[in-house]
Design a protein around this ligand. Structure first.
Ligand code: ADP
Length: 463
């Protein structure tokens, strides 16, 4: 690993339907951007192909300009080009209604829209003489790339490309995922533990030999408490106590909470069953009972869940108006202030392929309190229970965790965390410093991806 893989620059093309920060819905969008940046930083060439949604956030695209047009399947497709976070992005704008619907997902014909996009993207590469070493596709939405490429582009410049397929969440579109698994040269999912949790799934089981779990990382430039315009004071692990104190006060001020030093639990999450909404609710009540403060930032795609949380917010805001705030919106700047100002970030997921929240939390010196599942298990090591497991990874324990997806499970981790905060602030502050100094960036995972890219390319050339 390392020196040998650096020697031959590769050309990687991502075909994806999300990309942070211009078209981000969840972790998939973060990964496309931050993995690509890490690979590009290792001197490889990366291009990204994305639909040109009408709802793209174009403020974050540099040198956005019309590039050319082409025709596929009787439809004219206009191609735009620009740079996003330093990455080259081609935007495909078919002259039909597919991407003029004001959102990324949520249309009755999503499979058709994205199927069209996948085929159009391959056609663009083919018509323009691209010879990528790797074509990397993601989840059900660009899964068709795997079989279209192997069935319809075997005679051309794309035939030598290794196909890599990453599963960010197996819950979505499992039928399409099974077909992509059959055709892809190599497949990954986003943590080793999640890869083992899904081994038996019928979409995966027959293809295990080409399936790997590689942990996601976070982009250290995007998440950086030393250089973050959304927090009041720059800090590193050296002045974490002062930096977090200033952030906590700014957060309390902004949300109208009482400005006192109490243990503050933050939750930043899509509010869906996957994220353990009953456990989140329980953690809010328990923290308030223990005298702490709570800030939740989350929104629910399901209107019924959104409504339940709005009722909960009304109830809690009237009972404990100076100690709890539920912000039921999507708000990137506020998320930064919560990561910095909270003492704990709770992630009690029922399942979690990787999870970025706990990694960002640690980068800002907040202590993760998580359920032991998927990537949460791989990245959070309980200060009492996981000393040996952490040691085997050359890490210090860095948080609190629990097994059972129930109230006693949450209590087991949360009560210990809050008690330590009240009883031993020096110990707690040292823990904040420790988690900040751990490396959850793409540095290591990017090398694993490069190695996998080599395997995929060789597999494609031998087949
Ligand atoms: P998932 O992709 O399943 O939603 P991840 O933990 O992989 O979960 O990624 C979630 C990302 O979305 C994190 O960067 C988190 O900070 C962000 N996020 C989630 N909810 C919100 C919200 N309401 N406002 C701002 N950011 C949010």
């Amino acid at each position: 690993l390392g020196s040998t893989v650096k020697e031959t620059p590769m050309h990687i093309v991502h075909i994806a339907v999300e990309m942070a920060p211009i078209a981000k819905v969840g972790g998939l969008g973060d990964v496309v951007t931050s993995l690509s940046r890490a690979i590009q930083d290792l001197d490889h060439r990366v291009d990204i192909i994305l639909p040109k949604y009408d709802c793209l956030n174009l403020n974050n695209v540099e040198n956005f300009q019309y590039h050319k047009n082409y025709f596929w399947n009787g439809t004219e497709i206009k191609v735009w080009h620009g740079k996003v976070e330093g990455l080259s992005v081609y935007f495909l704008e078919p002259q039909n209604e597919f991407f003029r619907v004001g959102r990324v997902y949520g249309c009755a014909n999503d499979a058709k829209r994205f199927g069209f996009f996948c085929h159009a993207a391959l056609e663009y590469l083919f018509q323009n003489g691209f010879h990528p070493d790797i074509i990397h596709c993601h989840d059900w939405s660009s899964a068709p790339v795997a079989w279209l490429c192997k069935e319809q582009y075997t005679h051309c410049s794309l035939s030598k490309a290794g196909i890599v397929f990453t599963i960010h969440n197996l819950e979505f579109g499992a039928q399409l995922i099974g077909k992509a698994m059959a055709y892809t040269n190599m497949a990954t999912t986003v943590s080793p533990t999640y890869s083992r949790e899904v081994y038996e799934n019928s979409a995966i089981a027959p293809h295990r030999h080409k399936f790997r779990g590689i942990l996601n990382g976070i982009d250290l430039d995007i998440w950086d408490p030393f250089n973050d315009k959304f927090i009041p004071m720059s800090y590193t692990s050296k002045n974490v106590v002062e930096g977090k104190k200033a952030a906590k006060e700014a957060l309390q001020q902004k949300l109208g909470l009482r400005k006192v030093d109490l243990p503050l639990l933050g939750v930043i999450s899509r509010l869906t069953n996957q994220k353990g909404i009953d456990l989140i609710r329980h953690a809010i009540y328990r923290t308030l009972e223990r005298g702490g403060q709570v800030v939740l930032l989350g929104s629910a795609p399901d209107p019924r869940i959104q409504n339940e949380f709005e009722n909960l917010a009304n109830e809690l805001h009237s009972l404990h108006h100076d100690r709890v705030r539920l912000c039921l919106i999507y708000d990137e700047p506020l998320s930064h202030l919560i990561y910095a100002g909270a003492d704990f970030i709770g992630v009690p997921s029922i399942f979690e392929p990787c999870g970025l929240t706990q990694l960002v939390a640690m980068r800002y010196g907040s202590i993760p309190i998580v359920r032991k599942t998927g990537g949460l298990y791989d990245t959070v090591f309980d200060v009492d229970d996981d000393k040996d497991r952490a040691h085997a990874e050359y890490l210090k324990p860095n948080g609190f965790s629990f097994d059972g997806a129930n109230a006693p499970g949450v209590d087991y981790a949360l009560n210990r965390a809050i008690s330590r905060w009240y009883d031993d602030r020096d110990w707690f502050n040292t823990l904040c410093k420790t988690v900040m100094e751990q490396d959850w960036s793409w540095n290591r995972p990017a090398l694993h991806y490069l190695e996998l890219y080599h395997v995929a390319r060789n597999a494609s050339r031998c087949s």
